[in-house]
Write a protein that binds this ligand. Sequence first.
Ligand code: HEM
Ligand code: MG
Length: 265
Amino acid sequence: MKLTLLSTTLTFGLAFSNPHRARGSLTEWAPAGPDDFRGPCPMMNTLANHAFLNHNGKNLTQDVVVGALTQALNFNESVATIMFQQALIANPEPNATFFSLDDLNRHNILEHDASMSRLDAFFGNNHIFNQIVFDTTTVFWTADTLDANMLANGKISRQLQSKAFNPNYTFTSTTEQFSLGEVAAPILIFGDIPSATVNKSLVEFFFQNEKLPVELGWTKQANAISLSDVLRMTQVISNATSLITGSSDASHATKRRDFHFGFAF
Ligand code: HEM
Ligand SMILES: [Mg+2]
């Protein structure tokens, strides 16, 4: 009797120490069935396939999404909450408290042109993984270990293709911030955050299977991913998208700076 009471107390203690329901697992995995919703985000789809998110992809509340991002990927609670809040806009209902994965397909709300692995809406399905599109991105992933430059080159190439051939090409400065975050995300989740690099096979496996690459040896980050990690990685990718190289001509750079100071004062 005493033992039962003790174990009940312990169970309750554990349940309450984590405000989010434990659900899903790294070993559990099933692709979407015919009535399940999936969207343009390879990670949201992956988390649904592992049942960290509702497997049907519907009614994703803050509790569910924050629980999935913290437990499966080791985001800290505040970053996970920000990500959830930013996603609510995808639900067309006013004052929505949840979204579904197919809400994310709405073009130019969160989904945008020039994705790394999906067609532009103008050309067809904007949310299902597309190997041909992905191949045009991975041409720029030129080593077994990806760095920010390779990822950034893939991103720029997709934008240039869209700008050249999609008459509806749309990519605002807000889109750019989301896009940089998406390009940075594989490093944050699967890579080495200090060196901003990631094993290419983990990233390809994830995109192609919408499954966490546990069988390739991946484990979640040991330290919770913080807002400063996200901001730093986004900045590293942003810097790598520049097509201007550093100048070796120091005197020229100095002259230019003087010129600007001359105007400022
Ligand atoms: C609440 C959490 C999240 C939401 C609502 C969300 C939503 C989205 C949406 C709407 C897109 C489509 C953008 C496009 O048109 O390409 C997208 C793309 C993407 N997301 Fe997420 N996402 C979330 C979290 C994550 C996380 C944690 C990762 C970590 C790996 C991730 C990785 C990606 C990647 C790599 C893409 C780009 C796909 C491509 O360019 O083909 N997302 N996400
Ligand atoms: Mg897209």
